[in-house]
Design a protein around this ligand. Structure first.
Ligand SMILES: Cc1cc2nc3c(=O)[nH]c(=O)nc-3n(C[C@H](O)[C@H](O)[C@H](O)COP(=O)(O)OP(=O)(O)OC[C@H]3O[C@@H](n4cnc5c(N)ncnc54)[C@H](O)[C@@H]3O)c2cc1C
Length: 408
């Protein structure tokens, strides 16, 4: 493979996580290539303003303060701050089958916000604009079609037969990562038999900069606050996770019937609901790679783990992976080690695997707790929520964890 273009580090996948990792690695002085199958030209064009019609992208992320800090340190936050984004100061979670309710507020934590809701395309756009000013060689609009390894070198083959080589390949190619499969890294996975329906809605009452989450036996429903360029606070992005049969029924409803079911499911907290975008349904699957590293390869983001969207932590876990990888590779650079040095990769894995696993286990516990129909469990759940709502310090620790502030 002597004719392969050569990098120190090749990142495959320019989504939320891969583009941030590539930017940070290049800022450390590594020679970095980034391959993304979609053309990024469209991504960097100016956005249409979100007026009264649904110009918002239905796929959004609730970015924690820690993710925000990472994007700031990479110089990409200014690009997000210049576009529409919605900080939220309160999060209200309640049990639809009882009276338990818990409210987290930024003021109780002495913070300005608990996090920020941003459309995924705005984050990727800000990262792409920052990448355009960096030393990263962006190879976009072309698929990675194969993987090669020869002696101490490795790399990928593109759809157009170009060969790229590197000392380390970072797989950020999402949940169905081909690189993970080619490297033979096994996963533990199971189907939730649920689908997440996402769309944008307009409500007659303001969202009051609050993230709303109502749990029911068939799954959680989240209303995530959005702001358009005029600061209109009547738009939300919804994530409605439901058992597959119920999700199919909801997807088959006409717009008016769907909106009225949504309105009752959120108990009319925000008044009347109007659906202003197409609806999309994503099958939900929990997946965790048993190993994040192999000879010269490291998995980050959804390539390493996919998690139930009930607490909106998927992108945040990916950013924590990127932060840990960046810190470990900065150590490698300082010590003049190869970026693929096994001790560096092992430290990265050690730092991330345990934390990702415990977050995934917590999500699973939550999901099962709320799926239970037995009276004693429902009583405990509701009493527990009311009790927790009054327990300042414990509540604050949970909120700090969700904001990603315990993870450094
Ligand atoms: C319904 C739903 C709601 C969610 N809500 C939230 C939320 O509120 N908060 C949150 O934090 N997370 C949320 N998530 C999760 C979040 O969207 C993901 O965790 C996040 O997008 C993962 O980023 P990534 O960069 O690892 O992967 P991706 O975003 O999947 O990016 C992978 C990239 O790799 C590219 N690629 C793939 N294969 C190849 C190839 N062969 N060659 C070249 N390029 C390739 C793709 O084009 C893509 O750009 C949600 C997920 C779902 C399904």
């Amino acid at each position: 493979m002597s004719d392969a273009s050569n990098f120190d580090i090749l990142v495959v996948g320019g989504g939320l996580v891969g583009s941030a990792a590539a930017l940070g690695l290049s800022q450390q002085g590594w020679r970095v290539g980034l391959v993304e199958s979609q053309s990024t030209k469209a991504l960097t064009e100016p956005l249409a303003p979100a007026g009264s019609v649904g110009e918002f992208e239905p796929r959004v992320s609730a970015l924690s303060i820690a993710s925000q800090q990472l994007l700031e340190s990479l110089g990409a936050w200014a690009g997000i701050a210049a576009e529409r984004h919605c900080p939220y100061q309160t999060m209200t979670v309640w049990d639809g089958d009882g009276t338990g309710r818990i409210q987290f507020s930024a003021a109780e934590l002495g913070a300005d916000s608990l996090g920020v809701i941003v459309e995924n395309r705005i984050v990727v756009r800000a990262l792409m604009l920052a990448l355009a000013d960096s030393e990263v060689e962006l190879i976009d609009g072309v698929n990675v079609a194969g993987w090669w390894q020869e002696g101490g070198r490795r790399g990928v083959r593109l759809d157009d037969d170009r060969l790229l080589g590197a000392e380390l390949v970072v797989a950020a190619d999402g949940p169905n990562s081909r690189l993970r499969q080619w490297a033979g890294l096994p996963t533990r996975e199971w189907d939730y038999d649920q689908q997440a329906i996402v769309c944008t809605v307009r409500t007659t009452q303001s969202h009051r900069h609050t993230a709303w989450q109502r749990f029911s036996q068939t799954g959680p429903l989240a209303f995530l606050p959005l702001c358009n360029e005029q600061g209109d606070s009547h738009f939300c992005s919804i994530v409605w996770s439901q058992d597959t049969a119920e999700a199919r029924r909801l997807m088959a409803l006409d717009e008016g019937s769907f909106a009225s079911e949504l309105e009752s499911a959120i108990e009319r907290e925000l008044g009347a609901v109007e659906v202003v975008s197409d609806r999309f349904a994503f099958p939900l699957r929990q997946r965790h790679a048993k190993t994040y590293i192999a000879d010269g390869i490291a998995l980050v983001g959804d390539a390493a783990h996919t998690i139930h969207p009930l607490a909106g932590q998927g992108a945040n876990l990916g950013y924590s992976d990127a932060r840990a990888l960046l810190q470990e590779l900065a150590r490698a650079r300082k010590a003049a080690l190869s970026p693929a040095d096994p001790s560096i990769l092992a430290r990265y894995q050690r730092r991330r695997k345990g934390e990702n696993l415990s977050m995934m286990a917590a999500m699973e516990g939550f999901k099962q707790l709320f799926a239970a129909d037995e009276l004693p469990v429902r009583w405990l759940r509701n009493t527990g929520m009311r009790w927790l709502d009054r327990m300042g310090p414990i509540k604050q620790r949970i909120a700090a964890q969700a904001m990603g502030l315990n993870r450094h």
